[in-house]
Design a protein around this ligand. Structure first.
Ligand SMILES: [Mn+2]
Length: 301
């Protein structure tokens, strides 16, 4: 059973880095059906891939599922970010049905015009952001590492995932100033262009709010928060917690498959179990996904 949305917006998957929660994202892509998908940047972390090649199967699965959606009629637009800026030289081109664009415009079902952009170009106009990103980079890496270790331990004792880095970051005052400046810069840009709102990513902080009449919609990320924005058929936009979405899906599935065993609902889903097995589709050989990555990383040199 698939969830239907008019549009799906995801950003900051950072495929190619070991922080990417690709299994969960791949599972979600399998269980949704939509007319439009916007990939709002930092989908593939080419900065990381250049340092060290890291590309497990689950990362291919994400690309394969996107290509499959595209093949089945979903309009997919890829707006590269700073970590996959090498893809920007292909703006205007179409790969496997996926259109690459520097920025995009999306019109919602109820007629609102949204600017879709990753958001990194506003780093320059956001005060102190350069300093913050350099100073933050080192500490942030360490924090992500601790977060992985911490959640590994929580998993062992059966506790759900908890983003330590998100929690800490939310308490750092400078990060808060940076975030509010970033939000303001994007909203100002959207207003200048006559848009009703802006969809972005980049700062790994999912958000949905109105700033003096212009909607600020941030997809969040798939390294920590596992969030996405969806547009329903009536144009309503919703911020979805991906892990909660999967938990609901698993619970509904367990209910359908026999109500007598209540424990099934409590068992966390294991990626790659029968439910997620790829159906045979000769068009979607793994090679296609690999070639697509080859194009990007090759061009990045
Ligand atoms: Mn970014």
């Amino acid at each position: 059973m698939k969830a239907r949305f008019r549009t799906l917006f995801i950003s900051d998957c950072h495929l190619g880095s070991n922080g990417a929660q690709a299994e969960q994202l791949a599972r979600i892509l399998k269980h949704v059906e939509c007319e439009n998908v916007f990939l709002v940047g930092d989908i593939i972390d080419m900065w990381r891939l250049r340092q060290r090649w890291y590309w497990p199967d689950s990362h291919n699965t994400v690309l394969r599922r996107l290509l499959k959606m595209s093949h089945r009629g979903t309009r997919i637009t890829y707006v590269p970010g700073n970590h996959d800026e090498a893809a920007r030289q292909f703006c205007g081109l179409v790969f496997g049905g996926i259109r690459i664009a520097m920025d995009a415009v999306h019109e919602t079902a109820d007629g609102r015009r949204l600017l879709v952009t990753h958001g990194d170009k506003f780093d320059l106009v956001v005060q102190n952001s350069r300093l913050l990103s350099v100073a933050g980079a080192v500490g942030y890496e360490v924090l992500l590492k601790i977060n992985r270790w911490y959640n590994g331990a929580r998993k062992v004792v059966g506790l759900p995932y908890y983003s330590l880095s998100q929690a800490i970051k939310a308490r750092v005052k400078s990060a808060c100033t940076f975030i509010s400046n970033f939000e303001q810069a994007l909203v100002d840009e959207a207003r200048r262009g006559g848009f009703d709102g802006v969809v972005c990513g980049h700062i790994h902080k999912a958000e949905m709010r109105s700033l003096s009449g212009v909607e600020y919609l941030n997809c969040g990320d798939w390294v920590e928060s596992c969030t996405m924005l969806v547009e329903h058929d009536d144009g309503r936009i919703e911020l979805i917690d991906g892990l909660a979405f999967l938990a609901r899906h698993d619970a509904a599935k367990a209910m359908r498959e026999g109500g007598d065993d209540d424990s099934r609902e409590l068992v966390p889903a294991v990626a790659g179990e029968g439910d997620d097995a790829e159906d045979a589709d000769p068009w979607l050989e793994t090679g296609i996904a690999f070639r697509a990555v080859g194009v990007f990383s090759g061009a990045a040199k």
